[in-house]
Write a protein that binds this ligand. Structure first.
Ligand SMILES: Cc1cc2nc3c(=O)[nH]c(=O)nc-3n(C[C@H](O)[C@H](O)[C@H](O)COP(=O)(O)O)c2cc1C
Length: 308
């Protein structure tokens, strides 16, 4: 009998679905795969208008769930050998539709299941995955693997291109800037993860799956990004509380604070980032041993509360 796989995912541009299709291409003929897209009841715009984009930060960071459309009833009656959860970080946290799913009753489909997470990000996904790990634990699911796709361009370039992509929908290269998002060759390269996944399903033993995936290059993580993400999420959390004191999403009373957040984020990224990068570089030299240990942790699938 062919093994059964459930693939739950959310995608705005289609990039994550593309990643998942490539990941599963090799094992498709040997498995039964059910795809179940997660759909917010009120769609987020794509391309985004700038205000809606920045206004989404507080609820994303505070993990306040949005409503999602019901998932197909049939998935609650099927035995799955593996569930794949494909998601993307927004503001260093799981995207709102994924939080909407993970904090809803629909997430009971994960209870008792082996789960493989697949992340399609720019390059900052650590806190998001810590949040997802904690949700999976609460739901009684067992995280057995994690594959992370990032944009391999330098930090500042990938920031510029993701902004162009989010606000205009233009993913392709333009002017001096390369294409946005995960590089096509890396998306296509996901096919190499299919075999180890299939082997562990066949063995009925997922204990060595993440080790095998890491050997195949499933997670690439630079130590400086750990420090940048720690700093970023600390500031986002403070700003999220500050904005929400004035009201919920779309509330005109919080407009001034949302616009202040937008300005400070832009200054932080484009004006202060050379200083931040230099300070992160110096800290990497000082804290090297601890950061190398942290890298091992973030590449793995275990969960320690309060890591970030
Ligand atoms: C509102 C928003 C915030 C984002 N924040 C992050 C982030 O914190 N870290 C990151 O690596 N990528 C971030 N991204 C990029 C996404 O993770 C993702 O790679 C991109 O939106 C494409 O995903 P899609 O498959 O939904 O189209 C953000 C994108 C959006 C729209």
């Amino acid at each position: 009998m062919k093994p059964n796989i459930l693939v739950l995912y959310y995608t705005q541009s289609g990039q994550l679905r593309d990643i998942l299709d490539n990941l599963l291409a090799d094992i498709l003929p040997h498995t039964n795969i059910d795809f179940a897209p997660i759909t917010p009841s009120h769609a987020f715009p794509f391309p985004w208008d700038a205000y809606t984009f920045f206004d989404a930060m507080p609820e994303t960071v505070q993990r306040i769930p949005i409503d999602i459309e019901p998932l197909p009833e049939a998935i609650y009656h099927q035995q799955y050998d593996l569930v794949i959860l494909g998601y993307q970080p927004w503001f260093l946290s799981p995207s709102l539709p994924i939080t909407g799913f993970l904090k809803s009753d629909f997430a009971k489909v994960l209870t008792g299941k082996k789960v493989l997470t697949v992340i399609g990000s720019r390059n900052m996904w650590l806190n998001a995955q810590e949040e997802v790990k904690s949700d999976l634990l609460r739901l009684g699911a067992n995280l057995v693997g994690n594959i992370v796709l990032t944009d391999s361009n330098p930090n500042l370039i990938s920031t510029l291109t993701v902004i162009r992509w989010a606000f205009t929908g233009k993913k392709e290269a333009s002017g001096v800037l390369p294409a946005a998002g995960v590089q096509d060759k890396d998306i296509q390269g996901c096919v190499r993860f299919g075999r180890p996944i299939y082997k562990h399903i066949q063995d009925g033993d997922f204990s060595g799956l993440q080790t095998d995936l890491l050997h195949a290059g499933a997670v690439d993580l630079k130590p400086g990004l750990i420090l940048l993400e720690q700093r970023g999420i600390t500031n986002f959390r403070k700003f999220a509380t500050y904005i929400r004191e004035k009201g919920g999403p779309g509330d005109p009373n919080r407009r001034g604070r949302v616009l202040l957040f937008k300005r400070l984020l832009i200054i932080g990224i484009f004006v202060l980032s050379p200083i931040t990068n230099l300070s992160a570089f110096l800290q990497v030299q000082i804290k090297k041993r601890r950061l190398l240990k942290d890298i091992q942790y973030y590449k793995g699938v275990t969960y320690q509360q309060g890591k970030l």
